[in-house]
Design a protein around this ligand. Sequence first.
Ligand SMILES: [Zn+2]
Length: 1051
Amino acid sequence: MAAPPHHFSPLTRSFSLDGGGQTPRGNMQPFPGDQIQLPRNMIENSMFEEEPDVVDLAKEPCLHPLEPDEVEYEPRSSRLLVRGLGEHEMDDDEEDYESSAKLLGMSFMNRSSSLRNNMSVYRQSSNGSCSLPSARTMVVCTVTLVIAAALIMVIYLLPKCTFTKEGCHKKNHTIELIYPLATNGKIFPWAKVRLPSDVVPLHYDLVLQPNLTTLKFSGSVKIVVNIIHVTWKIVLHSSGLNITKATITSAGGHQEKPAEFLEYPLHDQIAVMAPEALLVGQNYTVNIAYSSNLSDTYYGFYKISYKDENSKQRWFAATQFEPVAARSAFPCFDEPAFKATFLIKIKRDEKLSTLSNMPKKATTPVTNGIVQDEFFVSLKMSTYLLAFVVADLKNISRETNGSLVSVYAIPQHLNQVEYALNTSVKLLAFYQNYFLINYPLEKLDLVAIPDFQSGAMENWGLITFRESALLFDSHTSSARDKKSITAVIAHELAHQWFGNLVTMEWWNDLWLNEGFATFMEYFAMEEIFPELHSDEDFLNLIFKAMMKDSLNSSHPVSSAVQSSEQIEEMFDALSYIKGASLLSMLKHYLTKDVFQAGIEVYLHNHKYGCAQSDDLWDSMNEITNGTLDVKKLMKTWIVQKGFPLVTVVRKGKIISVKQEKYLYLVEPENWTSDASYLWHIPLTYITSSCNFTHCTNAYLLDQKSAIIELPEEVEWIKFNVDMNGYYIVHYGEDWKTLIDLLKKNHTALSPKDRANLINNIFNLAGLGKESLEKAFDLIDYLNKESSTAPLTQALFQLSLIYNLLEKKGEQQLAARLMHRVERLLGDKIDQQSWTDDGALSQRELRSTLLAFACTHDIRNCRTTATEMFEKWVNSNGTMSLPSDVMKAIFTAGAKSNDGWDFLLKMYFSSVSEAEKSKMIEALASTEDVRKLLWLMQNSLEGEVIRTQELSHIIATVSQSLPGYLLAWDFVKENWEKLTRKFHLGSYTIQNIISWSTSQFATKAHLIEVKSFFESKSEQSSQLHSVKEAIDTIQLNIQWMERNLAMLQELL
Ligand SMILES: [Zn+2]
């Protein structure tokens, strides 16, 4: 899955909205003006004052990553299972997993995944097997545990005796406590969140009949299963389905026998109870008939309303199954390691068309006006990658290397699909060459979906996209839009190998899918589209991921997960960006060729199967052949959260380096508890003697500290060349040398190195390890800077400070900060033309600088933009505006009431997704709070503004002074609706939490945010993103306390 690209941080104004609904011209919905009622809380909130109370925030005990003592979450019922039946029950279960693993020819994920993964890191013997306790220890422990369990059970059961019918002495009491109750009141025979492994699916026949008039669907599924252990039950997933019939047929017999089925909705599970024991090694067919409504969320088999060319409302049905929603379209074994083949048949209106993962095999008439499409049997694949679309679609196609690549859209968007087709064909060829494995399907469809939560979804052979992530319009798509579309396609195509061909065994290793696809996305773009300079975008994303990873609320890239919220939460910047950044670091260390060879081995060894992180390192080790233990090195990055701060001290030829954990929000006495963190850091450096990429030096720092001796004394040394490593460097006294270098000859360092220095020094100032004065001193060289990466990073850091000052009521200081920026960059801003001329990098720089200047009303930017907006209005929107500065022009125009109304009218009539994206962001930048509220409310309702836009609208609103309290109020008041539509823990909810709280910097707001989430469900208050929001507010408070006085002096 691709997140809507480039929106990982809430702390920037310079994100671009990507996405847009589609409503044809002439269907304008007017803004009702003063009918909008402001929420009461907003007024109250605006009167918030910082309270003097000191909040003592309980800090999480810092778990030593090398001695994990985290206990994996187990639901109450499964804990009882362990207590009631003793340890042997657990062991049998483990055996089940291993047997099925053998049968499936894959190494199956163990249940207590990450805990054991973590343990195995440090308990491994040289041959990779875990050391086991002795048999005697096991016996003693088991006996002790059984006695203890028995005692606990007695104590536990005694008070309840009087409430049971059978009295206290019958054994089956434990059974009643062990298993949960099914919806019909009977005992449900399985208590765990993960499915049992005694039955595995081999093949599904799925027949579906969606009705786009009643918005319901019916279905039947026949699942061929194989029995690993004798059992009477088949437990599988089902969510929100109305099951009408279940039968079981044995492989040999032809008689379909009715089977009882039980439902346990808390775990999304059903159990089909066999009329007789199911025998080991035998295949059986489970047949289930059911019906349901097309979903009104973005998950499962869901409905989308849109207007066609004639303004007629039409329905579109599509699927989004990742991570856990296949179960709401059909009963299935909905875990990634249960791979099977699928035969899909869809009955549809003869005027519509259907698409699925595989090519269409046949279309046959069913009844009047209804036909059935049958697709070829799929390859062996995970349920979350299955997909189908039923809609009125048009496409263009091209044959390449034996596969037919097609791009589909609703008819009025067909003229915007050509760029996507050309790009996909190029990328597909690149990946086939790089991986040395051909794309295995005969076709690859890319479909633009009119309302879509994420950026795109990599379903095998049928990739679904948000329209703005696929459609390119030469008149309205900017340089940045082009990069963004290319990046999303590159990401999803990489998934056809990483994720689809080789899948992570369980969601704890989601980074194997997402980190890899993100890494390949930027790598492929650098190789095929170097003119896009996408490596600079990647750099900026890494900086933002590090902000998140530096908080105490962060988590290791590979973390134990079980519940659906925990699984959803894995789709975050750590899995995507940190994962990708670690791979990039490894690639630079191993060299390009060794890394590529390792990937080829990995894909080859695990194709059509599943893998864990260790399998990747093992493949790399096959190539390094003992010269480097990649597993040992990479473990330190995958199982430890956060990243190192490397401090460098130079004395003549001698360089001392030491590492410690980089962490915000710690009191000095807590530093010791982090002392056990240790990374194996591939340090790189360049010096004044030789500062070209070819003479980059490398040193593996695998101790707390080390000494590097240079061959000669140098004038300066710069570590982390081009920011190819995931760490921050503190130069101590040598900052002065580097600052002087930048002022005298900044091109001695690459643009990425310059951006890296800006980022590191501002971070160190935030941490209190370096003065803010020095950080401002460093960026004084910027008047000579003309590269996008360092300028973007500097503007980002300055925006963070500006936003905090503005919300703190320090308007004068904020204005003085802007004067400083103007002194530095004024000339550069003045040099920008309001056109689309020049190379892509120049165009992007122009976009960035003018958007910043107009936002902060400096250098007459708004005057020029407003003049252009007025000309555009006078032409009734027919005048063509330069796409790179279009957003700045719209934003300036939307400041007036008339301008805003006109822009809204044009928003409803535009057929360009690229244009609509810029318009909606401009509309959300108004200072009129009634308009802001109207936008948020209408986007939540989804009738006139697509709900897919909501998180971006909230992001824009929550950055501005007039909007930031309103955005938070809106989130609080609509929390239930938001989490129903977007799912708790999802990427969208993470962003909404993050954006709507990111500007808070007072203790009163800290208490407010904490108590709001505490008042919600335990799942809400336990979200990583909630903890991160709280950490961020504390960090903001701390930042202001630390730096406000200094800023007053400096500015
Ligand atoms: Zn992805």
